[in-house]
Every structure is written in C-alpha cells, then in structure tokens.
Design a protein around this ligand. Structure first.
Ligand code: GSH
Length: 220
C-alpha cells in the first residue's frame, strides 16, 4: 500500500491480510502522513504473529513504528511519529499536541470505562463520557469546525480515531448514541469522515467491535 511513489517511510501498523486493523494510534500516524502528503508504504502487523524485528525495534511490541527509508532511523509511538513529521514536513502545519488545544483526548478512557462497566456503575460512567463529549462540543461550537479551527491540527488527528471507536463501540455494546443536541460534535465527525485522509486510512466497524470485545467490553 503506497500513498505515492518514492516512499520516504515505511510504517508498521496493526492489520492482517491486506486490511488495516483497529488501532487508533496507528490511525493517528497514518492520518498525519496523508494530511502532510508524505509518501509512505505500510507493513501490516498481525497481532497473532508478531515478527521478531518488531520486538527488536520496540520491546513493548506495540505499533505504530515507522522507519525512515533514507536514514534507517526507527521512530516509535504515534505521538513521536506525529512530532517527527511536524518537524520534517512542516507543511501543512498541524502543530504538536503540546501546542494544539488540549481537548478530547480523554474520550478513550471515558468510553472504555463505559463499555466495560458493570450494571451498577454504568450510569456514572455514561455521565462521565457525556461530560467529556459536552466539553468537546462546546469547544467545537465556539472555535470549530475542527478542534484546530478552520483546519485540522495535531489534536484532531489524535482525537478523531478515538471518537470513531467511541461511536461504534458505545452503539454496539450499550445501544448508546452521542446526544443529538451535541450538534457541533456530530457535524465535526461527519466533516472529518469525508476527508481524503480518512477515506484512505479507516477500517470497518466490525473490526472495532471485535477489538473491544477482546478488551472486555460487554453488552449488559
Ligand atoms: N503509546 C503508543 C500506544 C500504541 C498501542 O498501544 N498500540 C496497540 C494497538 S492499538 C498495540 O500495539 N498493542 C500491542 C498488543 O496489543 O500486543 C502509541 O501512541 O503509539
């Protein structure tokens, strides 16, 4: 899979066969490459058969990891990859997470706590998720349509994959929808999901559901 000829990097991401896998961190790194129009190739890592080279490069065994094909340098972790790309390919400027609005990132632990909660704690976890989404909606309503304003910033590329997981997993496991009155948030997700970068990098809802089922999400 190549974004253009003369790849500059090869990025290893979760996947199997020819399909991208359900990793929001890999998704963030891929979105950054595509938004910056950096040519790359992709190596898919089947988590049931992790290659030894991945463990040599990153003893944690996690992806994404990205190799600079000119220098041979490995860049490990989605945040480090995003910062590296910002430094080496400043156009279009996305900023770094540190310099971008600090909002929305905690949607991942919030929805994870909700979809893995037991019946006694579900209402409280739902309320915490909703509060997090309301904060993001208020930011988008005031200074959107993206978290970065008129154009996506580094935070958008980290948050959108998490929101996708949230949307799919809460619907499947809890028959829950983002409250309809959070219109700026609804519009934001729709707007992002028609970007070329999203179309080139997204994976199916079925993979998201299967992934969270493995991580303890249940229907109650
Ligand atoms: N902090 C890392 C986290 C990456 C991460 O946790 N990736 C998961 C997939 S979503 C992984 O590779 N897990 C290894 C495993 O489950 O064996 C980053 O941002 O890149």
């Amino acid at each position: 899979m190549a974004a253009a000829s003369q790849p500059k990097y090869d990025i290893a991401v979760k996947g199997a066969g020819s399909k991208l896998g359900d990793c929001p961190f890999c998704h963030r790194a891929l979105l950054t490459l595509v938004e910056k129009k950096v040519p790359y190739t992709t190596t898919l890592i089947d988590f049931d058969h992790k290659p030894q080279w991945l463990l040599d490069v990153n003893p944690a065994g996690s992806v994404p990891v990205m190799k600079d094909l000119e220098t041979g340098e490995w860049i490990v972790d989605s945040g480090t990859i995003a910062d590296h790309l910002e430094a080496t390919h400043p156009d279009p400027p996305l900023g770094t997470l540190d310099t971008s609005p600090q909002i929305g990132l905690d949607v991942l632990p919030k929805f994870k706590n909700f979809i893995t909660s037991n019946p006694e704690e579900a209402a409280a976890k739902e309320a915490e998720l909703e509060a997090c989404l309301r904060g993001l909606d208020a930011h988008l309503a005031a200074s959107g349509p993206y978290i970065g304003g008129e154009a996506p910033c580094a935070t958008d590329l980290a948050v959108m994959p998490r929101l996708y997981h949230m949307q799919v997993a809460t619907k499947h496991f809890r028959d829950w929808d983002v409250p309809a009155e959070l219109q700026a948030l609804q519009k934001y997700m729709e707007l992002f999901m028609v970007r070329d970068s999203w179309n080139l990098t997204h994976y199916s809802p079925e993979l998201v559901v299967a992934g969270w089922a493995k991580h303890g999400a249940t229907k109650i």
